[in-house]
Design a protein around this ligand. Structure first.
Ligand SMILES: Cc1cc2nc3c(=O)[nH]c(=O)nc-3n(C[C@H](O)[C@H](O)[C@H](O)COP(=O)(O)O)c2cc1C
Length: 391
């Protein structure tokens, strides 16, 4: 079953009540559904009803997770919102979402026949179709006002079927289709007090490039992002993990992924006793005890399952650093160590390029200096080889 993140826009028509059944069908098919109701829709059905059917709470900030959906469905679609979508009006959350959304759009118009047949409505619809929108319905039948004609919203089951068709066309197929890939990226920050932290210069470029590459090969990708300085690739689920403890907890919760790529720079030390307030400036020195954090790669290696591929990254310097990375294979029970020489300042941290050595039990391969997306592809080639035939 293809599980996707679906945004369901509901607008202000009588058929809004039928959108409840659509949300229920999509949720029971396993999809992660986020409802977006217009003010018009809420005259018919409350947003709370849709959140309850979606089995989640409305987020405090709706924007971050509205950006990376696999599909936007608007059902019912009023004449008014059809016009707004056709002309790119962003005067409410649904309008903004539709403009920000980069995936496919499926609409189920519903209105009385006269509104449906009006040249303005048809011209607006033509604009959406021209831009690639999928239209389901409207059906012929009895309308709310008792009239008969085209304008009834398509049945929820039919819309759900069209959702499945639209998703099948969008989710990339590829050698990693059906695989769960977990990627960690960025640099953790360990609090010293309420505003200060001990951190590192990792931008998250390498990890996000890996997430994009894995998604491009058809995998379901979850990205544990530690203070990312770069955008999350489309189609990738982001779980923010600002500290080493957050990253470890979220990684262990997903330890059964088929592939785990640990590209984040996780702090090896954290302040022993972070203050909850801000330490006031003073002329006195501030001495801080740093204690080691718990090694997430080691923890994942300890519970590594058959067939799983674990990839650790190591930023060190020179030949000695490389030797330590070789030892990591057995020491941490991982399958591949990506060695990154941070002694050089033209590659690695904050840089758009990298040069790495891929260290496995059966040898070593240098991937020459290249842009991080190209390095990511080389690493995934190696991962696929380790997954074995049929990966
Ligand atoms: C009882 C009632 C039923 C309505 N049914 C529809 C409808 O089926 N289709 C439609 O396009 N507009 C319908 N409207 C008009 C819309 O609610 C109105 O255009 C509203 O501004 C739509 O805003 P929205 O698209 O942002 O939800 C209806 C209005 C009322 C009061």
């Amino acid at each position: 079953m293809l599980v996707a993140r679906i945004l369901v826009g509901v607008t202000g028509g009588i058929a809004a009540y039928k959108a409840c059944e659509l949300v229920r069908l999509l949720v029971s098919a396993g999809h992660d559904v986020t409802p977006i109701t217009t003010r018009g829709a809420e005259r018919f059905v409350t947003a709370d009803t849709f959140w309850a059917l979606a089995r989640k709470q409305p987020p405090a900030d709706p924007y971050p997770h509205l950006q990376h959906a696999d599909l936007l469905v608007v059902a019912p679609l009023t004449a008014h919102t059809l016009a707004r979508l056709a002309h790119g009006l962003a005067d409410d959350l649904l309008g903004e979402t539709a403009l920000a959304h980069r995936g496919p759009l499926l609409v189920a118009p519903a209105m009385n026949t006269a509104m449906w047949e009006h040249p303005a409505t048809q011209a607006n619809l033509a604009l959406l179709v021209e831009r690639g929108a999928d239209v389901v319905g409207p059906d012929d039948g009895e309308l709310a006002e008792g009239l008969v004609g085209p304008g009834r919203m398509a049945e929820p089951a039919e819309i759900a079927r069209r959702v499945a068709v639209a998703l099948a066309a969008t989710v990339p197929s590829g050698p990693l289709a059906g695989r769960d890939v977990l990627v960690t990226a960025g640099g953790t920050r360990e609090p010293l007090d309420a505003v200060r932290f001990v951190g590192n210069r990792s931008s998250g470029r390498m990890g996000t490039a890996l997430a994009a590459a894995a998604r491009g090969r058809g995998a379901r990708v979850t990205l544990l992002g530690a203070n990312l300085q770069v955008a999350v690739p489309p189609g990738v689920e982001l779980v923010p993990t600002p500290t080493a403890a957050d990253l470890r907890r979220e990684a262990l919760a997903r330890a059964d992924a088929d592939v785990i790529l640990m590209a984040a720079a996780v702090s090896d030390y954290r302040p022993a006793e972070p203050r909850t307030d801000k330490r006031a400036k003073s002329s006195e020195p501030w001495t801080v005890d740093l204690v080691p954090t718990t090694d997430v790669a080691r923890a994942l290696g300890a519970q590594r399952r058959e067939g799983q591929v674990l990839v650790a990254f190591g930023a060190e310097s020179g030949e000695e650093g490389l030797a330590r990375k070789r030892a990591m294979l057995t020491d941490k029970n991982v399958d591949l160590v990506v060695y990154n020489d941070v002694g050089r300042n033209d590659i690695g941290f904050e840089s758009a390029e990298n040069e790495v050595v891929l260290v496995t039990r059966d040898g070593e391969r240098t991937v020459p200096k290249a842009a991080k997306p190209a390095i990511a592809e080389a690493i995934l080639d190696e991962v696929e080889r380790l997954l074995g035939p049929g990966s």
